[in-house]
Structure formats: C-alpha cells, structure tokens
Design a binder for this molecule. Structure first.
Ligand SMILES: NC(=O)C1=CN([C@@H]2O[C@H](COP(=O)(O)OP(=O)(O)OC[C@H]3O[C@@H](n4cnc5c(N)ncnc54)[C@H](OP(=O)(O)O)[C@@H]3O)[C@@H](O)[C@H]2O)C=CC1
Ligand SMILES: CC(=O)[C@@H](O)[C@H](O)COP(=O)(O)O
Ligand SMILES: [Mn+2]
Length: 371
C-alpha cells in the first residue's frame, strides 16, 4: 500500500490506517483538515510508542484535487471507494495513468460512463468491487459474451421491502438507515432503501459489461447471499453466493483474476438455508424503471439522475424532504431537464450535474411552480 485518502471527516482513523500500513502519502480532500491530520500522525505515533526521529511521516496531499493526485501515484492498483460523483475525476486519473482500477465508486460510471469507457486503455483495466458487479464478473467467466442472455442483479429490498407506496409516506431517516443485511455508509444505505442503489447498479452493469438495459433484470433477494446471476442462452443460470461481506469483492478486486485465500467466510453448507427471490415492486419503488429510461436515453441523463439524487438524499437526511420525495424529485428533474447532449468532457458532466443539483434544490425548497 503506497497511499490512502479520504474526505477529512475522521483524521484520527486516517492517520492510524496510514501509519499501520506504512504508506508514502495520505490525501485529504478538505484542505483545512491537513493540520489536524499532521497532529493526528504525531498522536498516533506516540500512541504506538514511536519516538520522534524513529519514523518518517507520510507526505500530506490536501485539497479538492487530492484524490485525483493520489490516483496517479506510482502503484499497480487504485481502489476508488469515495462516495458520490466526485469520484469521477480520480477514476479518470487512475485510468489515464494506466493503473488497474478496483472500482467501488459506482457514481463515477453512472455520471461519466462514456468518459470512463473512453479512458480505458486495456481490457480488464476496471475491476468491479461493488458486490453485484463482482458477482457478475465472476459469473461471466462461465461463458462467452455471445452466450449471455441476461444479467440478474439482486437487491436486498432494503428496510422497506414488501411495503406499498402508501406505507412509505412517513418513514424516517433513522428507519431508512437500518439496512437489513449490509453495514454501509449513509448515502448508499438510503439509496438501498429507495432502490436508487439498484438503479445506479443497473446503469453500472450496463456500462461495465455492455449488456443492453432490456437484458438487465432486478430480483429482490432478502438474504443478500446470491450477489447476482447471469443467465446463458442454453437456459443455465450461474449465481455467485457468499455471506454478505465486502472483504470478498474487495480482495478479488485487488487480486483479480486470482482469488485471495481466506478473504471471507463461505456459506455454511452443513446448515439449512432458505433463499427467496421476488420481482421488484415497480409501483412502490419506481427508481429502477426511471434509471433504465435515463440510461436508455443516455446524453447526460444518468449524470442528472445521480446528481439530483445526491441532493435529495442530503435533504431527506436533514429533514427537508419526505422519503417519497426523493424519487418523485428525480422524476421531475429528469422531466424538466434540457438536453445536455452526450458528455465529451468532465466539464460537460459537471454542467449537467450542476443544473440537476440546482433544480433539485429548487424543487425541494418548493420554489418552483408546482412543487
Ligand atoms: N459500503 C459498502 O459496503 C459498499 C459501498 N459501495 C460504494 O462505495 C462508495 C463508498 O461507500 P461507503 O464506503 O459506504 O461510504 P462511506 O460514507 O462509509 O465512506 C465514504 C468515504 O468517502 C470519503 N470521502 C468523502 N468525501 C470525499 C472527498 N471529497 N474526497 C475523497 N474522499 C471523500 C469519506 O471520507 P471521510 O470519512 O473522511 O469524510 C469516506 O472515507 C460508494 O460509491 C458506494 O456506493 C459499493 C459497494 C458496497
Ligand atoms: C454491498 C453492496 O454492494 C451494496 O451496494 C449492497 O448491494 C446494497 O444492498 P441493496 O441490495 O439493498 O441495495
Ligand atoms: Mn452493490
């Protein structure tokens, strides 16, 4: 490990990880956190009983471009696990520098799919880390691309699985943050509750594997043990199964195409299991259908979908938007969006995003007619 980076929300943890791993550089996106990070290094070194002079502190790279700089640091693999479409610039930087990109940050593919694909210089340069896409990549090893009939992306269903739309009007951020099977950051957890996570993952699957939207299905699977499946032309369906634990896809992302022994615990095949599968209720959870339409249309609409969602999630958590208002606002933002065309540059993506963020904010504030 040569470098680690984060936003700057928890410099103590960042410093502890950096010294534990003995990295050369640490990035922090919030420039004002650089001094706190420096102090955290000394506190962590002292906690470890290291005397000044016995150790070399990592170089600190601070500011909004820190992740982009780190993504080009001399190394073999860049793991992008930042949250949000601000992960796009580091994704492009890593690919441009020729690194293998282990990609957890799905938003960069959603916001800038065509740019990301254009930046790829060799097959296999992007290795998916998102659990469903890691599963799909594993299943796809079972046949040729011409033999693939469809991808089946599984969804836990989130904390509100089984509810009708009218049963979702009063749900709180606290309830939405209680994911039934995964322990994750707040944005992806709220996205799981609205099904926007699955919506983003359908676009991610389309971009990663070049499968048409019509051939990407979503199945609700509450146990989160089958992480996704591929159906082949002969009627075979290949599934990847393992208990919900990100250590497996992260390890595979770092080791690809090789598996890392003991990366995670396997399914206990001495015990009984019941695994359920059900179609998604598109009426209660319209996010996936909306994303498929945005993905089919292309031309910056996936970027608009994601950027508006990032604003809506923040507003929901802050109590400024009801739960159902999240996807309702996305729908309205997409309906009212001008045509931004196919993004050719990062600036094109940012222009579409910035319009979407502003328009979502206007709708949230009720300042737009009809809000
Ligand atoms: N958690 C999971 O199991 C999975 C997550 N993913 C994807 O991985 C990504 C991260 O999710 P998750 O780990 O849950 O989210 P978290 O909120 O737990 O972590 C997000 C990380 O991003 C960092 N960050 C925030 N802002 C910036 C910035 N401006 N520049 C650099 N880093 C920043 C945060 O740093 P700080 O804390 O210092 O602010 C934090 O380390 C998302 O795209 C998500 O969809 C995909 C599959 C599974
Ligand atoms: C672990 C992971 O990859 C998450 O994206 C997870 O899949 C979220 O769960 P949902 O299936 O509830 O969206
Ligand atoms: Mn996922």
């Amino acid at each position: 490990m040569v470098a680690v980076g984060a936003g700057g929300g928890n410099v103590e943890l960042l410093a502890a990880q950096a010294l534990e791993l003995g990295v050369d550089a640490v990035g922090v996106a919030r420039a004002s956190a650089a001094q706190d990070l420096q102090l955290a290094f000394y506190a962590e070194a002292s906690r470890r009983g290291w005397a000044t002079g016995d150790f070399k502190l990592p170089k600190i790279v601070a500011g909004p471009d820190a992740m982009t700089e780190l993504a080009q640091w001399p190394c073999d693999i860049v793991l992008n696990g930042v949250v949000g479409s601000l992960g796009l610039a580091p994704t492009l930087a890593a690919l441009g520098a020729g690194r293998t990109l282990a990609l957890a940050n799905k938003e960069s593919l959603v916001a800038g799919g065509p740019l990301v694909k254009a930046a790829v210089t060799r097959p296999g340069q992007i290795v998916p880390v998102d659990s469903e896409h890691s599963a799909l990549a594993q299943c796809l090893r079972s046949g040729s691309r011409g033999e693939v009939r469809r991808l089946i992306v599984t969804a836990s269903g989130g904390p509100f699985r089984g509810r009708r739309r009218d049963e979702l009007t009063q749900v709180t951020p606290e309830q939405a943050l209680a994911h039934p099977t995964w322990n994750m950051g707040p944005v992806v957890t709220i996205n799981s509750a609205t099904m926007v996570n699955k919506a983003l993952e359908v676009i991610e699957a389309h971009e990663l594997f070049d499968v048409p939207y019509a051939d990407i299905a979503v199945m609700v699977h509450p146990q989160s043990v089958i992480h996704s499946m591929v159906e082949f032309v002969d009627g075979s369906t290949i599934a990847q199964a393992s208990p919900p634990d990100m250590r497996l896809p992260i390890a595979l992302g770092m080791g690809w195409p090789d598996r890392v022994p003991e990366a995670a615990t396997a399914v206990d095949w001495t015990a009984s299991h019941t695994w359920e599968f059900a179609p998604l209720d598109d009426e209660a959870f319209p996010a996936v259908a909306l994303a498929k339409a945005a993905g089919e249309a292309g031309r910056s609409r996936p970027a608009i979908y994601n950027a508006a969602n990032e604003e809506c999630v923040a507003a929901f958590v802050a109590g400024r938007l009801p739960f159902l208002g999240i996807v309702d606002t996305l729908e309205r933002v997409l309906e009212e969006a001008p045509d931004f065309g196919e993004p050719g540059t990062v600036e094109d993506v940012l222009a579409a995003e910035s319009w979407a963020r502003a328009h979502a904010q206007e709708i949230i504030a009720g300042s737009v007619e009809g809000a």
